[in-house]
Ligand binder design. Structure first.
Ligand SMILES: *Cc1c(COP(=O)(O)O)cnc(C)c1O
Length: 455
């Protein structure tokens, strides 16, 4: 590997003009990143971990550039956030213009039009041809908390059901909703009461059809909680952190039907799946479901912190005035970014691009799987694709192999993320602005890393 070449370390401007290449000029981390990460260890609480040992200075298209001038292929999008591409020119321009206009008034003090425009856009593009309203927040967890508040107020009931493998955030109520103890919950209790868990649909592991899995869950809801006590059911249409688990056909539809028949608010947590990520504007569209409420965040604003609850107007209006909100919720800069991002999602071929990426990734991964039975399952939609690694004899999850492959990819300059209840899934979440060449090179590295770990 070349020694650090100081000529390459001037900080580049980010966005799609960055050279679209994987380029390693040091081992990772290089000396500049290492120095910054040493300061992180001294200054930042150790609970805030990191996956890729570099300090980012610029990103765009399909790459992240670090402080030493290394250029890494981005197959993570900062966890499904920079779906339109990092430092997208339309987002950057909208942010700069709004920052020069005003940065904050607090929407609850003096409202502004861009927040209302974001609400109008979300009411229009989310599934369901009925009157909708929206409220804006700062993070996915905050959106989930508010969706539950709204559902409780609307129904006058308290119980909430989340599912095995579900992930809904790290605040107290959302920790209670989240399934996985380590690292999300361990030692952080007590958790919010009146949260119950039902069995999900995980076709690769439970072998059940959608209706069978739904019947199993509904039996739990009826016998262990009782429909009369149940305010809301919350589920990710495709489970994200839990392992990119695509439920069997008919599972979600049966749960939605049961909720509707029993006056239970059905909440689709589309924080990770929303905004063209899955090759549809929302994953709910893929399954033909119309949630009562939808929570969104991550991809909504090209990287700016913004989140929303959107849903049936009569449910959204359940709260008394002043019951919903927050100092920063719907910040004007984040709203300007969201309007630019939604314009890109609707008009710049993002859904089509996500579908192309699905085809490329699934074809490449299928070839790898043919030669290596440790790739137990390949699944997902759009630019949200996963490979689940197993012991081929027993199908047991192989978390060690998964971690070794991910670590080797990152060392070679390819950002991949793992996920899954059993830690045995590599998830591919590239920005939709990535080119096919970089995607293919990224998968080449994954294949080589897998081949290098002895069977
Ligand atoms: C990331 C995520 C959240 C939490 O969002 P934050 O912005 O990190 O609070 C909630 N639900 C799902 C499905 C997520 O993927």
């Amino acid at each position: 590997m070349a020694l650090l070449d100081t000529a390459t370390t001037a900080v580049p401007v980010g966005g799609p003009e960055l050279p679209q290449e994987r380029r390693l000029v040091t081992e990772l981390p290089g000396p500049r990143s290492a120095a910054i990460l040493a300061r992180k260890a001294d200054a930042v609480a150790s609970g805030v971990g990191h996956t890729v040992p570099v300090a980012a200075v610029a990103a765009g298209g399909g790459v992240v550039v670090d402080a030493d001038g290394n250029s890494l292929i981005d197959l993570g999008s900062g966890i499904a956030v920079t779906t339109v591409g990092n430092a997208h020119p339309k987002i950057a321009a909208a942010v700069a213009a709004q920052a020069a206009q005003f940065t904050h008034t607090c929407f609850m003090i003096s409202p502004y039009e861009s927040y209302i425009e974001v609400a109008e856009a979300l009411n229009r593009i989310t599934p369901g041809d009925f009157a909708k309203k929206t409220a804006l927040f700062n993070s996915g967890a905050e959106a989930v908390e508010n969706a539950i508040k709204i559902a409780r107020k609307h129904t006058g009931r308290q119980a909430v059901v989340a599912f095995d493998h579900g992930y809904h955030g790290r605040t107290n109520l959302t920790m209670a909703l989240t399934a996985k103890a380590m690292p999300y919950k361990s030692g952080f209790g007590p958790f919010a009461p009146e949260v119950y868990r039902a069995a999900a649909s995980y076709p690769f592991r439970d072998g059940l059809t959608g209706p069978e899995a739904a019947a199993r869950a509904i039996l739990q809801l009826e016998k262990q909680i009782g429909a009369d006590n149940l305010a809301a059911v919350i589920i990710e249409p495709i489970q994200g952190e839990g392992g990119f688990i695509v439920p069997a056909e008919g599972f979600l539809n049966a749960i939605v039907d049961w909720c509707r028949a029993n006056g239970v608010v059905f909440i689709a947590d589309e924080v990770q799946t929303g905004f063209a990520r899955t090759g549809a504007m929302f994953a709910s569209d893929i399954f033909g479901i119309e949630p009562d409420l939808i929570t969104t965040a991550k991809g909504i604003a090209g990287g700016l912190p913004l989140a929303a609850v959107t849903g049936r107007a009569e449910i959204m209006d359940a709260s008394h005035s002043g019951g919903l909100g927050g100092t920063y919720g719907g910040n004007p800069i984040a709203c300007a970014a969201a309007l630019a991002a939604i314009d890109v999602f609707e008009n710049d071929g993002m859904i089509e691009r996500a579908r192309e990426i699905e085809t490329l990734l699934k074809d490449r991964l299928a070839t790898i799987q043919q030669n290596d039975p440790r790739v137990g399952d390949i699944r997902g939609h759009g630019a949200m694709i996963a490979a689940e690694f197993v012991d081929p004899e027993t199908n047991a999850p192989d978390a060690a192999l998964t971690a070794a492959v991910a670590k080797a990819c990152i060392a070679q300059g390819v950002i991949v993320l793992t996920c899954g209840t059993f830690g045995n899934v590599i998830r591919f979440l590239p920005p939709l602005s990535i080119g096919d060449d970089l995607l293919n090179e990224g998968i080449d590295i994954v294949a080589a890393a897998l081949a290098a770990v002895a069977r």
